[in-house]
Design a protein around this ligand. Structure first.
Ligand code: NAD
Length: 337
């Protein structure tokens, strides 16, 4: 029995993780969930939103799947999501964005993967007030982190039989920090002559993705641009409700949807469970459960294509749990719900 850490998260997290859990279990795959809580709701009990036993659980099981966790704006604790990535050195954030039949979008046949550096850049939160009226934030980029994320992107490209890596940067303005990221990407690209390599300045990249997304394949980004470009790519394929994600390091992996905790929908059983269900597909592939992964992917794609039992963001009226039920019905057609 394979143990997997399950962090329900907050906001809409508990309802979508519950839907995902039922879908994964319907495949009959042999997984034992170790459920641990993190986020604002555990602050009183543990004095921290990321208790040590949560990290220990992931270190023990090596693999986790989580719902989104709210990060207060301004004052309050730092992001649990960022802390998890740093503590476990989950340096690669993988966010595939692909068109699904049945999802309303101005674009068809999109097939992009954002590979985002996950540990440094402005996201490291090295900030201070210089005086009462001046704040500053340090953008740190290192050769080590830039080279290893570039390697990850090229290895992924070859492993998945893809064709091209595009490095995204603003090295014309941030000549040292983004300049180093680009230099590292170029250097690593020379070790992978089988894959094409090119680079784009981030503002131009945004326009190109809107105008001709089919020209791109793997987008290799430093942390902050990767965060923004991921949401742009989610928009191209029909919204945040359907885009999965993975945070991967050399030892551990944590799977989660790209979207956040959507607080205004919390507890309403309303949001789309697809993003976390497809994150479980990435997780099952990662642990070698390809058959279960394929079953879930095909069932989810079919439910979305038919469009009868989908949530509001896909133009339907189904609840989160009804959409999960419809997916389960495709996985195990004879099962009574
Ligand atoms: P969000 O992704 O939570 O929601 C933005 C909007 O996208 C929602 O209002 C909703 O309209 C739509 N949406 C999101 N998920 C959806 C789903 N599953 N189905 C249908 N529609 C969906 O972004 P936000 O409002 O900027 O962030 C809310 C909180 O989540 C913040 O505290 C933020 O820090 C946190 N957050 C956490 C993570 C994470 O845990 N990895 C990621 C992003 C944001």
């Amino acid at each position: 029995m394979r143990k997997v850490t399950l962090i329900p998260g907050d906001g809409v997290g508990p309802e979508i993780t519950q839907a995902m859990r039922r879908v994964v279990e319907a495949t009959g795959v042999s997984i034992e969930w170790e459920v641990v809580q993190a986020g604002v709701n555990v602050m009183d009990e543990y004095g921290t939103p990321l208790p040590e036993h949560v990290l220990e659980s992931i270190r023990r099981n090596k693999v986790a799947i989580k719902g989104p966790i709210t990060t207060p704006v301004g004052t309050g604790f730092r992001s649990v999501n960022v802390a998890l990535r740093k503590e476990l050195d989950l340096y690669a954030c993988l966010r595939p964005a692909f068109s699904l039949k049945g999802v309303k979008s101005k674009y068809e046949d999109i097939d992009l993967v954002v590979v985002r550096e996950n540990t440094e850049d402005l996201y490291a939160g090295i900030e201070r007030m210089v005086d009462d009226d001046t704040a500053e934030s340090i953008k740190r980029i290192t050769r080590r982190a830039s080279e290893r994320i570039a390697k990850f992107a090229f290895d992924y490209t070859l492993k998945e039989g893809r064709r091209k890596v595009t490095a995204v940067h603003k090295a014309n303005i941030m000549k040292y920090s983004d300049g180093l990221f680009l230099e590292c990407a170029r250097k690593i690209s020379e070790e992978y002559p089988q894959a094409e390599f090119e680079d784009r300045i981030v503002d131009n990249m945004c326009m190109q993705l809107v105008q001709k997304p089919e020209a791109y394949d793997i987008l290799l980004c430093p942390n902050l641009y990767g965060d923004i470009i991921s949401d742009l790519c989610a928009g191209l394929v029909g919204g945040l409700g359907i885009v999965p994600g993975a945070n991967i390091g050399d030892e551990y992996a944590v799977f989660e949807p790209v979207h956040g905790s959507a607080p205004k929908y919390a507890g309403q059983n309303k949001v789309n469970p697809t993003a976390i269900i497809l994150s479980s597909v990435l997780m099952l592939r990662y642990i070698g459960e390809k058959e279960a992964a394929n079953k879930i992917f095909n069932a989810t794609a079919q439910v979305i294509k038919e469009g009868k039992t989908v949530t509001y963001d896909l133009g339907g009226t189904a609840t989160t749990s009804e959409m999960a039920d419809a997916i389960i019905q495709k996985i195990t057609p004879k099962r009574r719900l």
